[in-house]
Design a protein around this ligand. Structure first.
Ligand code: NAD
Length: 319
């Protein structure tokens, strides 16, 4: 049996509810809750397969991996934490799990849209502060129907983007999408447009591209300036795709109406980050993938990746 080590299990199994038997049946499996850089180098000795969850494996570390290491399996979709070029140079295959929380992340995006359209969180906070103005006075918070509003999906040909679009269409929204690849939808309410047009015309902008050198700070001051003052931005992808200082400025200056951020830069945000105090900002602690069913599905799919690799037919290879 091949040796497999999971270097930072705590990130995935924080509630100790996951069943690892699908991996244990295939390999000799060692688990560590967390690993420092020094511990990583000690723990990969004699291992063939390394499993990580958003653990930084840069060139400095990978270049010191022993020849026994043949596969790094990221237990997740985004693999920007792994230097895939350095891995390729050492003949280490890197694979990810393309789709395990697709629906859950899409549902989170729709939750944000419906919350913004009804100012649900703000209404709740006012009532908790015993402020009953909204019962009797003119409602000044955003409160509108989502039907016929425009959702702009950046990376809309990907798994999560497509799932978001499917649900948004069911809500009666019009869809603009900008993606590196253009897969037809066959729906007259979905239009491929330039990034600039998407930003100018959307009532909600949702980010679903991966974090790469091309998408780092894709949304900056200039692009935020294109958005409508009444528009909201949603990021469930990766924090650094938005230049956070520019977003904070745009929110403070009311350039845009609000933001929902499941991912931030850095994570967790610093305690004095102004985003925490903004009423038009929803922050969630990177929960898109974290539902129990999604995490258990992830373990099963990691096992499938490992099994395919052992059989000499690796799948979901990203390098
Ligand atoms: P995917 O690979 O199926 O889709 C990504 C899409 O982005 C593709 O259509 C691709 O063509 C497009 N794209 C790539 N580069 C682009 C660019 N420069 N400009 C525009 N479009 C570009 O991935 P997915 O499963 O839909 O996941 C998307 C991202 O969501 C992941 O990379 C990950 O970072 C993030 N994610 C977050 C959570 C969470 O818990 N919040 C969970 C899963 C995934």
């Amino acid at each position: 049996m091949e040796n497999t080590v999971f270097l930072n299990l705590e990130k995935l199994n924080f509630d100790s509810k996951l069943d690892f038997s699908p991996i244990e049946e295939l390999t000799t499996f060692t688990k560590h809750d967390e690993s420092s850089s020094i511990e990583i180098l000690e723990r990969v000795k004699d291992q063939t397969i390394i499993i990580t969850k958003e653990l930084a494996l840069g060139r400095d570390l990978i270049s010191q991996f022993p020849p026994s290491v043949k596969l790094i399996c990221e237990a997740g979709t985004g693999y920007n934490n792994i230097d895939i070029v350095a891995a390729r140079e050492k003949n280490i295959t890197v694979c990810n799990i393309p789709s395990y929380s697709t629906q859950a992340v899409a549902h989170l995006v729709i939750t944000y849209i419906l919350n913004f359209s009804s100012s649900l969180i703000q209404q709740q906070m006012m009532l908790k502060e015993k402020n009953f103005d909204n019962f009797t006075k003119h409602l000044e918070l955003p409160h509108f129907e989502v039907k016929n509003k425009t959702l702009g999906v950046i990376g809309g040909s990907g798994a999560i983007g497509r799932e978001v679009i499917k649900i948004a269409l069911a809500l009666g929204m019009n869809i603009l999408t900008y993606s590196r690849t253009q897969k037809p939808y066959g729906d007259q309410n979905v239009h491929f447009v330039s990034l600039e047009d998407l930003l100018k015309q959307s009532d909600f902008v949702s980010l679903h591209c991966p974090l790469t050198p091309d998408t780092l700070h894709l949304i900056d001051k200039d692009r935020l300036a294109l958005m409508k003052p009444s528009a909201f931005i949603i990021n469930t992808s990766r924090g650094p795709i938005i230049k956070e200082t520019d977003l904070i400025e745009a929110l403070q200056n009311k350039r845009i109406a609000g933001a929902a951020l499941d991912v931030q830069d850095p994570e967790p945000p610093r305690q004095n980050n102004p985003l925490f105090d903004m009423h038009n900002v929803i922050l969630t602690p990177h929960i898109g993938w974290k539902r129990l069913e999604s995490r258990q599905r992830l373990i099963k799919l990691v096992a499938v990746n490992i099994q395919s690799f052992i059989k000499g037919k690796p799948i979901n290879v990203v390098n």
